[in-house]
Design a protein around this ligand. Structure first.
Ligand code: PAF
Length: 293
Protein backbone atom coordinates (compact mmCIF):
# COMPACT_ATOMS: atom_id res chain seq x y z
CA UNK A 1 0.00 0.00 0.00
CA UNK A 2 1.27 3.49 -0.90
CA UNK A 3 0.68 6.77 0.89
CA UNK A 4 0.67 9.83 -1.35
CA UNK A 5 0.33 13.47 -0.32
CA UNK A 6 -0.13 15.40 -3.57
CA UNK A 7 -2.60 15.25 -6.44
CA UNK A 8 0.30 14.86 -8.90
CA UNK A 9 1.65 11.81 -7.00
CA UNK A 10 -1.86 10.38 -6.75
CA UNK A 11 -2.50 10.69 -10.49
CA UNK A 12 0.87 9.12 -11.33
CA UNK A 13 0.23 6.23 -8.90
CA UNK A 14 -3.21 5.58 -10.41
CA UNK A 15 -2.17 5.80 -14.06
CA UNK A 16 -1.29 2.08 -14.47
CA UNK A 17 -4.58 1.06 -12.80
CA UNK A 18 -7.00 2.97 -15.06
CA UNK A 19 -9.48 0.70 -16.82
CA UNK A 20 -9.34 -2.00 -14.15
CA UNK A 21 -11.95 -0.45 -11.85
CA UNK A 22 -11.02 2.11 -9.21
CA UNK A 23 -13.07 2.29 -6.00
CA UNK A 24 -12.75 5.40 -3.83
CA UNK A 25 -13.64 5.93 -0.16
CA UNK A 26 -13.37 9.59 0.94
CA UNK A 27 -12.98 10.03 4.71
CA UNK A 28 -11.80 12.46 7.33
CA UNK A 29 -9.85 9.66 9.03
CA UNK A 30 -10.34 8.25 12.55
CA UNK A 31 -11.42 5.10 10.76
CA UNK A 32 -13.98 2.84 12.40
CA UNK A 33 -15.83 -0.28 11.34
CA UNK A 34 -18.20 1.80 9.15
CA UNK A 35 -15.28 3.08 7.04
CA UNK A 36 -13.72 -0.38 6.93
CA UNK A 37 -16.96 -1.88 5.61
CA UNK A 38 -16.91 0.77 2.82
CA UNK A 39 -13.30 -0.15 2.01
CA UNK A 40 -14.16 -3.87 1.96
CA UNK A 41 -17.11 -3.19 -0.37
CA UNK A 42 -14.80 -1.14 -2.62
CA UNK A 43 -12.23 -3.97 -2.61
CA UNK A 44 -14.89 -6.53 -3.56
CA UNK A 45 -16.10 -4.47 -6.52
CA UNK A 46 -12.89 -2.85 -7.87
CA UNK A 47 -9.34 -3.85 -8.71
CA UNK A 48 -7.83 -0.79 -7.04
CA UNK A 49 -9.00 0.87 -3.82
CA UNK A 50 -8.15 4.47 -2.92
CA UNK A 51 -8.82 5.93 0.52
CA UNK A 52 -8.56 9.65 1.20
CA UNK A 53 -7.91 11.03 4.67
CA UNK A 54 -8.47 14.76 4.92
CA UNK A 55 -10.11 16.68 7.76
CA UNK A 56 -11.76 19.28 5.54
CA UNK A 57 -11.74 22.66 7.32
CA UNK A 58 -14.34 24.25 5.00
CA UNK A 59 -17.17 21.96 6.16
CA UNK A 60 -16.80 22.78 9.86
CA UNK A 61 -18.73 25.71 11.30
CA UNK A 62 -17.20 25.89 14.76
CA UNK A 63 -13.41 26.05 15.00
CA UNK A 64 -13.67 24.04 18.23
CA UNK A 65 -15.39 21.18 16.39
CA UNK A 66 -12.61 21.16 13.77
CA UNK A 67 -9.90 21.22 16.47
CA UNK A 68 -11.58 18.43 18.43
CA UNK A 69 -11.97 16.17 15.37
CA UNK A 70 -9.86 13.04 16.04
CA UNK A 71 -6.68 12.64 13.94
CA UNK A 72 -5.22 9.12 13.98
CA UNK A 73 -3.39 8.73 10.67
CA UNK A 74 -0.93 6.03 11.74
CA UNK A 75 -3.66 3.70 13.02
CA UNK A 76 -5.87 4.56 10.02
CA UNK A 77 -3.16 3.50 7.57
CA UNK A 78 -2.75 0.13 9.30
CA UNK A 79 -6.51 -0.53 9.32
CA UNK A 80 -6.84 0.60 5.70
CA UNK A 81 -4.17 -1.88 4.57
CA UNK A 82 -6.00 -4.74 6.29
CA UNK A 83 -9.27 -3.73 4.61
CA UNK A 84 -7.77 -4.00 1.10
CA UNK A 85 -6.68 -0.40 0.35
CA UNK A 86 -3.98 0.10 -2.29
CA UNK A 87 -3.44 3.86 -2.15
CA UNK A 88 -3.98 6.31 0.72
CA UNK A 89 -4.27 9.94 -0.33
CA UNK A 90 -3.55 12.08 2.73
CA UNK A 91 -3.03 15.66 1.52
CA UNK A 92 -2.29 18.76 3.58
CA UNK A 93 -4.76 21.66 3.69
CA UNK A 94 -2.33 23.64 1.50
CA UNK A 95 -2.40 20.87 -1.12
CA UNK A 96 -6.21 20.79 -1.19
CA UNK A 97 -6.65 24.56 -0.96
CA UNK A 98 -3.52 26.10 -2.51
CA UNK A 99 -2.96 29.86 -2.38
CA UNK A 100 -5.49 31.59 -4.62
CA UNK A 101 -8.11 28.81 -4.40
CA UNK A 102 -11.36 30.66 -5.15
CA UNK A 103 -13.93 28.08 -6.29
CA UNK A 104 -16.98 26.84 -4.38
CA UNK A 105 -19.31 24.09 -5.55
CA UNK A 106 -22.75 24.92 -4.17
CA UNK A 107 -25.84 22.71 -4.38
CA UNK A 108 -28.94 24.90 -3.95
CA UNK A 109 -32.49 24.35 -2.73
CA UNK A 110 -34.11 22.05 -0.16
CA UNK A 111 -31.29 19.52 -0.50
CA UNK A 112 -28.95 21.81 1.40
CA UNK A 113 -31.27 24.17 3.31
CA UNK A 114 -32.98 21.51 5.45
CA UNK A 115 -31.77 19.15 8.23
CA UNK A 116 -27.98 19.63 8.60
CA UNK A 117 -28.08 22.69 6.33
CA UNK A 118 -30.68 24.37 8.58
CA UNK A 119 -28.48 23.94 11.67
CA UNK A 120 -24.94 24.13 10.31
CA UNK A 121 -25.71 26.58 7.49
CA UNK A 122 -25.47 25.87 3.79
CA UNK A 123 -21.75 26.61 3.94
CA UNK A 124 -21.36 23.12 5.46
CA UNK A 125 -22.55 21.49 2.24
CA UNK A 126 -20.61 24.00 0.15
CA UNK A 127 -17.53 22.69 1.96
CA UNK A 128 -18.54 19.06 1.43
CA UNK A 129 -19.48 19.52 -2.25
CA UNK A 130 -16.30 21.46 -3.02
CA UNK A 131 -13.96 18.96 -1.39
CA UNK A 132 -15.78 15.91 -2.77
CA UNK A 133 -15.74 17.38 -6.30
CA UNK A 134 -12.01 18.16 -5.93
CA UNK A 135 -11.31 14.64 -4.65
CA UNK A 136 -13.39 12.94 -7.37
CA UNK A 137 -11.58 14.93 -10.05
CA UNK A 138 -8.19 14.09 -8.50
CA UNK A 139 -8.90 10.35 -8.13
CA UNK A 140 -11.13 9.76 -11.17
CA UNK A 141 -12.74 6.66 -9.62
CA UNK A 142 -15.27 4.36 -11.26
CA UNK A 143 -17.19 4.09 -7.97
CA UNK A 144 -17.19 6.22 -4.81
CA UNK A 145 -18.51 4.82 -1.52
CA UNK A 146 -20.44 6.73 1.17
CA UNK A 147 -22.21 5.65 4.37
CA UNK A 148 -25.99 6.05 4.66
CA UNK A 149 -25.57 7.61 8.13
CA UNK A 150 -24.82 10.85 6.27
CA UNK A 151 -27.97 10.46 4.16
CA UNK A 152 -28.23 14.13 3.25
CA UNK A 153 -24.58 14.17 2.17
CA UNK A 154 -25.31 11.23 -0.17
CA UNK A 155 -28.29 13.05 -1.72
CA UNK A 156 -26.24 16.26 -2.16
CA UNK A 157 -23.24 14.43 -3.67
CA UNK A 158 -25.51 12.52 -6.07
CA UNK A 159 -27.10 15.81 -7.21
CA UNK A 160 -23.68 17.41 -7.71
CA UNK A 161 -22.30 14.43 -9.66
CA UNK A 162 -25.40 14.39 -11.89
CA UNK A 163 -25.35 18.16 -12.48
CA UNK A 164 -21.60 18.37 -13.19
CA UNK A 165 -21.62 15.11 -15.19
CA UNK A 166 -18.79 13.69 -13.11
CA UNK A 167 -18.45 10.15 -14.48
CA UNK A 168 -18.62 8.12 -11.26
CA UNK A 169 -21.13 5.79 -9.65
CA UNK A 170 -22.06 6.90 -6.12
CA UNK A 171 -22.57 3.82 -3.94
CA UNK A 172 -24.38 4.32 -0.60
CA UNK A 173 -23.85 1.53 1.94
CA UNK A 174 -26.08 0.83 4.98
CA UNK A 175 -25.20 2.55 8.26
CA UNK A 176 -22.78 0.48 10.30
CA UNK A 177 -24.01 0.06 13.90
CA UNK A 178 -22.70 -1.14 17.25
CA UNK A 179 -24.49 -4.06 18.92
CA UNK A 180 -26.89 -1.68 20.75
CA UNK A 181 -27.75 0.06 17.47
CA UNK A 182 -25.68 3.25 17.86
CA UNK A 183 -24.49 4.41 14.44
CA UNK A 184 -20.71 4.20 14.19
CA UNK A 185 -19.07 7.60 13.91
CA UNK A 186 -15.59 8.99 14.43
CA UNK A 187 -17.24 11.31 16.97
CA UNK A 188 -18.27 8.37 19.20
CA UNK A 189 -14.64 8.18 20.38
CA UNK A 190 -15.22 11.51 22.19
CA UNK A 191 -18.12 10.16 24.31
CA UNK A 192 -17.43 9.36 27.98
CA UNK A 193 -18.56 5.90 29.16
CA UNK A 194 -21.71 7.44 30.64
CA UNK A 195 -22.44 9.43 27.46
CA UNK A 196 -21.87 6.33 25.32
CA UNK A 197 -24.45 4.46 27.45
CA UNK A 198 -26.91 7.35 27.07
CA UNK A 199 -26.36 7.57 23.30
CA UNK A 200 -28.03 4.16 22.87
CA UNK A 201 -31.33 6.04 23.39
CA UNK A 202 -30.92 7.44 19.85
CA UNK A 203 -31.36 4.13 17.97
CA UNK A 204 -33.97 3.02 20.55
CA UNK A 205 -36.06 6.14 19.80
CA UNK A 206 -35.71 5.65 16.05
CA UNK A 207 -36.76 2.03 16.51
CA UNK A 208 -39.90 3.15 18.40
CA UNK A 209 -40.85 5.26 15.38
CA UNK A 210 -40.05 2.38 13.01
CA UNK A 211 -42.29 0.08 15.06
CA UNK A 212 -45.12 2.64 14.97
CA UNK A 213 -44.62 3.03 11.21
CA UNK A 214 -44.72 -0.77 10.82
CA UNK A 215 -48.00 -0.82 12.75
CA UNK A 216 -49.50 1.55 10.14
CA UNK A 217 -48.94 5.07 11.52
CA UNK A 218 -48.12 7.39 8.61
CA UNK A 219 -48.54 10.83 10.22
CA UNK A 220 -45.10 12.38 10.53
CA UNK A 221 -45.98 14.49 13.59
CA UNK A 222 -47.00 11.36 15.53
CA UNK A 223 -43.86 9.53 14.46
CA UNK A 224 -41.44 12.36 15.31
CA UNK A 225 -43.25 12.87 18.67
CA UNK A 226 -42.31 9.30 19.61
CA UNK A 227 -38.67 10.07 18.93
CA UNK A 228 -38.86 13.37 20.87
CA UNK A 229 -40.36 11.53 23.85
CA UNK A 230 -37.59 8.94 23.92
CA UNK A 231 -34.84 11.55 23.71
CA UNK A 232 -36.45 13.92 26.22
CA UNK A 233 -37.01 11.16 28.79
CA UNK A 234 -33.28 10.41 28.63
CA UNK A 235 -32.50 14.13 29.02
CA UNK A 236 -30.92 14.43 25.58
CA UNK A 237 -31.08 17.74 23.67
CA UNK A 238 -32.06 17.33 20.05
CA UNK A 239 -31.29 19.89 17.37
CA UNK A 240 -33.86 18.42 15.01
CA UNK A 241 -36.00 15.35 14.49
CA UNK A 242 -37.62 15.55 11.06
CA UNK A 243 -39.27 13.39 8.42
CA UNK A 244 -38.65 14.43 4.83
CA UNK A 245 -39.08 12.95 1.37
CA UNK A 246 -36.11 10.58 0.88
CA UNK A 247 -35.25 12.03 -2.56
CA UNK A 248 -36.21 15.73 -2.51
CA UNK A 249 -35.75 16.20 1.29
CA UNK A 250 -38.97 18.30 1.26
CA UNK A 251 -41.02 18.10 4.49
CA UNK A 252 -43.89 15.59 4.65
CA UNK A 253 -47.05 15.45 6.77
CA UNK A 254 -48.02 11.90 5.80
CA UNK A 255 -45.80 9.17 4.42
CA UNK A 256 -46.94 7.79 1.07
CA UNK A 257 -43.46 7.59 -0.48
CA UNK A 258 -40.05 6.56 0.91
CA UNK A 259 -39.21 9.02 3.69
CA UNK A 260 -36.16 9.80 5.74
CA UNK A 261 -36.52 10.13 9.51
CA UNK A 262 -33.38 12.07 10.45
CA UNK A 263 -32.13 13.58 13.68
CA UNK A 264 -29.22 15.43 15.25
CA UNK A 265 -28.67 15.11 18.99
CA UNK A 266 -26.14 16.52 21.44
CA UNK A 267 -24.75 14.04 23.92
CA UNK A 268 -22.58 16.16 26.21
CA UNK A 269 -20.27 18.10 23.89
CA UNK A 270 -20.65 15.61 21.05
CA UNK A 271 -23.05 16.14 18.19
CA UNK A 272 -24.42 12.90 16.70
CA UNK A 273 -26.64 12.34 13.66
CA UNK A 274 -28.62 9.29 12.61
CA UNK A 275 -31.52 8.35 10.35
CA UNK A 276 -33.73 5.53 9.14
CA UNK A 277 -35.74 5.17 5.94
CA UNK A 278 -39.48 4.66 6.33
CA UNK A 279 -40.69 3.06 3.12
CA UNK A 280 -44.39 2.24 2.75
CA UNK A 281 -43.59 0.12 -0.32
CA UNK A 282 -41.29 -2.28 1.50
CA UNK A 283 -42.46 -5.16 3.67
CA UNK A 284 -42.11 -3.74 7.17
CA UNK A 285 -40.46 -6.83 8.62
CA UNK A 286 -37.74 -6.70 5.94
CA UNK A 287 -37.28 -2.94 6.46
CA UNK A 288 -36.80 -3.43 10.20
CA UNK A 289 -34.32 -6.25 9.78
CA UNK A 290 -32.32 -4.24 7.25
CA UNK A 291 -31.95 -1.27 9.53
CA UNK A 292 -31.94 -1.30 13.30
CA UNK A 293 -32.68 -4.87 14.32
O1 PAF B 1 -18.29 12.04 5.31
C1 PAF B 1 -17.15 12.55 5.48
O2 PAF B 1 -16.31 12.01 6.19
C2 PAF B 1 -16.84 13.87 4.79
O3 PAF B 1 -17.94 14.70 4.73
C3 PAF B 1 -16.21 13.68 3.40
C4 PAF B 1 -17.17 13.01 2.43
C5 PAF B 1 -14.94 12.85 3.50
C6 PAF B 1 -15.84 15.05 2.81
O4 PAF B 1 -14.93 15.72 3.61
Amino acid sequence: MRIVRTVAELRAALEPHRGGGIGFVPTMGALHEGHLSLLRAAAAENETVVLSIFVNPTQFGEAADLDAYPRTEEADVELAALAGTHIVFAPSAAEMYPAGFATTVSVHGALTSTLEGAVRGRSHFDGVATVVATLLLAVGPDRAYFGAKDAQQVVVVRRMVTDLRIPVEIVARPTSRDADGLARSSRNARLSAEERRLAAVIPRSLRAAQDAFASGIRNTHRLTSLVHEGLTEAGLDHEYVRIVDADSLEPLTDIARPALLALAVRVGQVRLIDNVVLDPGVDDRIALEGSLR
